[in-house]
Ligand binder design. Structure first.
Ligand code: FES
Ligand code: FES
Length: 156
């Protein structure tokens, strides 16, 4: 066990852990940030995505020790972010989830996309979501939600 300091949602957090532990377990079990979901654990589904230095990053299979000195943002903090909040409202408005297991990863990816490209076309959206699987088949509504969020953020 070691003392690891991670910056999560703007705060430095000290965690006593094995730094080889995948970050998702530290977020969920040590920091009670359960928004990021553990799906495949093999970087194949996108459910665990968080922002790391602004980039959507899968955290189910990478050691927490790799993330020291980086800015980690989980879905819990996105409601306080203008773009993140717009994405969440748009997902609700479009009914872009069924079981919701993939949703937080998609919200993270969509927020990152809209911060880089305020008006993405369908191709750009599909590309940004390419690492994300939805077993409930909500992709068409997710794409509609991202178009809606883009329209909302453009008008503020
Ligand atoms: S849980 Fe990380 S990609 Fe599936
Ligand atoms: S809403 Fe169920 S997996 Fe996507």
């Amino acid at each position: 066990m070691e003392n690891l300091t991670l910056t999560v949602n703007g705060k430095a957090r000290d965690i006593e852990c094995d730094p080889a532990t995948p970050l998702i377990f530290i977020l969920r079990n040590d920091l009670d940030l359960t928004g990021s979901k553990l799906g495949c654990g093999l970087e194949q589904c996108g459910a665990c995505a968080v922002l790391v230095d602004g980039e959507p990053t899968l955290c189910c299979n990478r050691p927490a020790g790799e993330f020291t000195g980086k800015d980690i943002v989980t879905v819990e903090a996105l409601a306080q972010d203008r773009t993140g909040a717009a994405v969440q409202r748009a997902f609700v408005a479009e009914g872009a989830a069924q079981c919701g297991y993939c949703t937080t990863g998609l919200v993270v990816a969509a927020t990152s996309l809209l911060k880089k490209n305020a008006n993405p076309d369908r191709k750009a959206i599909v590309e940004a979501l390419s690492e994300h699987l939805c077993r409930c088949g909500s992709h068409a509504r997710v794409i509609a939600a991202i178009h809606r969020a883009a329209g909302e953020t453009a008008n503020v």
